[in-house]
Design a protein around this ligand. Structure first.
Ligand code: WT7
Length: 628
């Protein structure tokens, strides 16, 4: 029987949302109580005013004290097949030792610490160690390039970086420390005083460069550290972390989350959306480098004291059944993944999951992009054996926690719909003018503040206000289109801004365009999202070459690789089209809608506003000749 089986939680939250959130907050451990639940002066929210709370103490000490000390916190599997299990008590000791190690390097409350690590237990340990001493972590996904590291390190002025010598992906070693070294060659990163290196690779180190003034091995740093470290009594509104995400400009934005409200939001949503129980084995397949890993590997599940699986590598390594083997081996009961992965599994064929025993599963989750009904039904039938409910959870880096989702047992699902707002969340669909859309399409909007909402963009107040709070008065604009059906259910339609959600990852068209024009052959570039069987949306780039440059036959591949090298593999365009002109309006604005029509092979939309309508017709012919 699920925790919530009726409307009671919704009714309670509707009647008094602040009382509902306060009740959720009471379940956590506070060092000092709050005075007011909320102080709200749009767009500035203070939740649990004057309260003091430590995030790592709520994830670890609380469970160690309450009898869960020997419960497995993390059951980890490395890609090569190595295994480790850490109990809550192990985690507390490791986190405390590492927190003391950070302190010994001079890391203090409020300092920024960049984390660039593979999916090993030391990644959540590093995050929780920062939280323990009140340092602000900024986790940078280990697939990002040295240039992307430079942007993020310099924006946050990180004092230390925590990395590893290597990580494993599809049998290859990612040279993480060497990439950090590259980034640190750039003078914009001179805030960095220390590099802590976790030794992941047990084979001989080869030519790993070492700067003994700056670099220290993780194992040397913690060797003589005490495993007692008092959790810093951080204020509810002290910054817990910064996480960079893409927006509509070329520069990623550092989304700022604070401590008390974020903990309440992730704790409550993890508990009710995943209906967590004592005997659950929870597996969220995200990387800790994304918000999903922050909220539903580290803070939400650990605040609930659940046992979880953490896996380092690729789903198809060494074979396409790796995930199903892991579920079978550890008896995973809750599985949370992205539609792009589900579509890949579908394509790989049912024989892989069919050959494994998945009967331990009781609940499935989806996140990151709209799930198409076909993938939803396959997930339900082939992975869930028709008996596990699916929670399709809509949220964002900025919202910190799940916002629109079914509650298993309480909400009847429909394939492709994220259904209803979580209790205490006021979601709506509005017209651009702010009229409520009862049924039909429009823009997704959140009316009232919620505990885990972003508190700002690091160092950029103006962008914070203009991006999220300027569309309608006192209302948050997430950047997604959505529709409501006759039952009031939400159907998320995707981004309405210049952000592409590709394979569940977010990338700005401008970021890819600037990476392209950075190449000496390129004069101008325009990037659009196009439909893709597995990725949902893929990146297509139209480029104009500089006059001096010949279009040699390798150029498309060279440009794809250039983008991957400048940003990271997630930003690599699926298609590059060398064009002789781009469709522009008379005022010089590139018409991306028409580029999308060309790249997807659709009939052309309205071209009457173009300065030169023949441009797009010519593009279409060029493109068809390439595709054909
Ligand atoms: C964007 C946020 C939320 C963690 C992972 C992505 C899209 C997210 C869904 C969903 C339809 C979804 C939205 C959103 N999105 N979940 N269940 N259905 N779309 O976090 O990188 O901040 O991206 O992902 O477009 O705005 P993110």
């Amino acid at each position: 029987m699920a925790r919530v089986v009726d409307e009671s939680l919704y009714e309670k939250a509707d009647a008094d949302p602040l009382a509902f959130w306060a009740e959720m907050a009471q379940e956590l451990e506070w060092i000092a109580p709050w005075t007011d639940v909320l102080r709200w002066n749009t767009p500035d929210a203070e939740w649990f005013v004057d309260g003091k709370i430590n995030a790592s103490a709520n994830c670890l000490d609380r469970h160690v004290a309450s009898g869960l000390r020997n419960r497995a916190a993390i059951i980890w599997e490395g890609e090569p097949g190595d295994e480790r299990t850490l109990t809550y008590w192990d985690m507390l000791r490791e986190v405390s030792k590492f927190a003391n190690g950070l302190k010994s390097l001079g890391v203090r409350k409020g300092d920024r610490v960049a984390i660039y690590m593979p999916m090993v237990p030391e990644l959540p340990i590093a995050m929780l160690a920062c939280a323990r001493i009140g340092a602000i972590h900024s986790v940078i996904f280990a697939g990002f390039s040295a240039d992307s590291l430079v942007d993020r390190i310099s924006d946050a002025k990180a004092k230390a970086i925590i990395t590893a010598d290597a990580g494993w992906r599809r049998g290859n070693k990612l040279p993480l420390k060497a990439i950090v070294d590259d980034a640190l060659d750039n003078p914009d990163t001179n805030s960095v005083e220390h590099v802590v290196v976790y030794q992941r690779d047990t084979t001989p180190l080869g030519d790993l460069a070492w700067n003994s003034d700056r670099d220290v091995w993780w194992h040397d740093l913690v060797a003589n550290m005490s495993f007692h470290c008092r959790p810093e009594p951080t204020n509810a509104e002290d910054v817990l972390f910064i996480l960079y995400t893409s927006g509509t400009t070329g520069k990623p934005k550092g989304i700022v989350h604070t401590t008390g409200g974020y903990m309440v939001g992730t704790y409550a949503t993890a508990k009710y959306v995943f209906d967590l129980r004592d005997d659950d084995v929870f597996w969220c397949t995200a990387d800790c480098g994304w918000v999903t890993g922050h909220s539903y590997i580290v803070y939400g599940p650990m605040a609930n004291g659940v046992t979880q699986i953490m896996y380092e590598g690729a789903p198809d390594w060494p074979k396409r059944d790796r995930f199903w083997r892991i579920i079978e081996k550890y008896g995973v009961s809750i599985f949370y993944t992205a539609p792009t992965a589900i579509r890949a599994f579908m394509k790989w064929g049912n024989e892989w999951p069919d050959a494994r025993d998945l009967s331990s599963l009781r609940l499935l989750g989806s996140v990151g992009e709209p799930i198409n009904p076909e993938a939803w039904v396959w997930y339900h039938e082939v992975i869930g054996g028709r008996s596990s409910p699916i929670v399709d959870t809509w949220w964002q880096t900025e919202t910190g926690a799940i916002m629109i989702t079914p509650l298993p047992g309480a909400v009847t699902t429909k394939p492709g719909s994220a259904t209803r707002a979580f209790p205490g969340i006021q979601a709506e669909v509005l017209t651009p003018d702010g009229e409520t859309v009862e049924t039909g399409g429009g823009l997704l909007a959140i009316r009232d503040p919620w505990p885990s909402m972003l508190r700002g963009i690091w160092g950029d107040r103006e962008r914070f206000v203009s991006t999220y709070w300027s569309k309608w008065p006192h209302t948050y604009f997430p950047g997604d289109g959505a529709k409501r059906d006759d039952d009031g259910y939400f159907w998320i339609l995707g981004r309405v801004d210049d952000v592409i959600n590709t394979a569940g990852h977010r990338i700005g068209t401008m970021e890819v365009e600037s990476a392209l024009v950075d190449h000496p052959a390129v004069a101008e570039a325009a990037v659009v999202g196009i439909e893709h069987e597995i990725k949902g949306i893929a990146i297509a780039a139209f480029v104009l070459l500089r006059e001096a440059h010949e279009h040699d036959e390798d150029l498309e591949q060279t440009l794809k690789d250039h983008v991957a090298q400048k940003i990271g593999a997630i930003a690599k365009p699926e298609k590059v089209l060398i064009a002789v002109d781009l469709p522009k309006t008379r005022s010089g604005k590139i018409m991306r809608r028409l580029l999308r029509d060309v790249a997807e092979g659709h009939a052309l939309g309205d071209t009457t506003t173009l300065a030169d309508p023949s441009v797009v017709a010519r593009l279409k012919t060029e493109y068809e000749s390439i595709e054909g």
